[in-house]
Design a protein around this ligand. Structure first.
Ligand code: MN
Length: 224
C-alpha cells in the first residue's frame, strides 16, 4: 500500500507519464478504429458491447459516484491513486477500469495495420528479451494463467527492458510499480465470450497474432 504522501508524488508522475485526453466528466476515449476493424478476430458485436456497455458503463457508474464531491475535479489517474486504498472499492474499480480500457483500445488495431517494428530501441529491447515469438508466448501464458478476471501487460521496466506482467480485476500495472505499460490484453470474459465462449486461449492467440498495435507499443516505449 502506498502511503498518502507518496501517493501525491505518484499522482503527479502518472499525470505526466500518461497525458491521456481527459475532459471534465468525460473519461472514455473515442475508439481509435471502426468497430468492425478487428474482425474476424474480435467481432463488431463484441467491440460494440465492450465499448458501449462495459467501458462506458464504468464511466456512468463513476460519474454517479463522484457527483457533487471533490472528486469531480480529479483526473482519472488521481481518482485511481487516491482511492486504491479506500475500503469502498467502487471509485477505484470504475476509474481503473476506464483507464485500462482506454489503454486497451489503443493496444489494438486492424490486422492490416498491425506490424512489428524492424529496427529501433523498442525492437532492440524485444530482441534482448528473446524476440517477438517470446513476447507472444509469454503474453499468452500470462493471459491464460491469470485466474479469473484481469489483464496481461507488456511493460518497459525502470531498467529499460521489456517484460510481461499480469494483474487481477481492475488493477493497472503501474499503480504499485515503476513499470511503464506498452500493451494490454483484456482477459475479462466480456472481452471474448460472445465470440469465443469460454475459450480464452483461442481469443488471446487470435488477437496477439493479428490485431496488436505494435506501433503504439513502440511509441509508449520511446515515451517512457
Ligand atoms: Mn473489458
Amino acid at each position: 500500500m502506498i502511503v498518502h504522501k507518496k501517493s501525491s508524488i505518484i499522482t503527479e508522475l502518472k499525470s505526466k507519464v500518461f497525458p491521456m485526453s481527459i475532459r471534465p466528466n468525460h473519461y472514455v476515449i473515442d475508439l481509435p478504429f471502426q468497430a468492425d476493424d478487428l474482425e474476424p478476430y474480435i467481432s463488431k458485436e463484441t467491440v460494440d458491447v465492450h465499448y458501449e456497455k462495459h467501458h462506458k458503463g464504468y464511466e456512468t457508474a463513476l460519474l454517479d459516484l463522484i457527483a457533487g464531491t471533490e472528486h469531480e475535479q480529479h483526473s482519472l489517474q488521481d481518482l485511481i491513486v487516491h482511492n486504491h486504498a479506500n475500503p469502498d472499492r467502487r471509485i477505484y474499480n470504475n476509474a481503473a477500469q476506464i483507464w485500462n480500457h482506454n489503454f486497451y483500445w489503443k493496444s489494438l488495431c486492424s490486422a492490416a495495420t498491425s506490424q512489428y517494428p524492424t529496427e529501433g530501441l523498442f525492437f532492440d529491447a524485444v530482441i534482448t528479451f528473446g524476440g517477438f515469438e517470446k513476447v507472444y508466448t509469454d503474453l499468452l501464458t500470462a493471459a491464460t494463467t491469470q485466474f479469473g478476471s484481469g489483464w496481461a501487460w507488456l511493460v518497459r521496466t525502470q531498467d529499460g527492458e521489456i517484460t510481461i506482467r499480469k494483474t487481477g480485476n481492475a488493477d493497472p500495472v503501474w499503480l504499485n510499480s515503476t513499470d511503464h505499460p506498452l500493451l494490454i490484453v483484456d482477459v475479462w470474459e466480456h472481452a471474448y465470450y460472445l465470440d469465443y465462449k469460454n475459450r480464452r486461449k483461442d481469443h488471446v492467440e487470435a488477437i496477439l497474432k493479428n490485431v496488436m498495435n505494435w506501433s503504439f507499443a513502440e511509441r509508449q516505449f520511446n515515451d517512457a
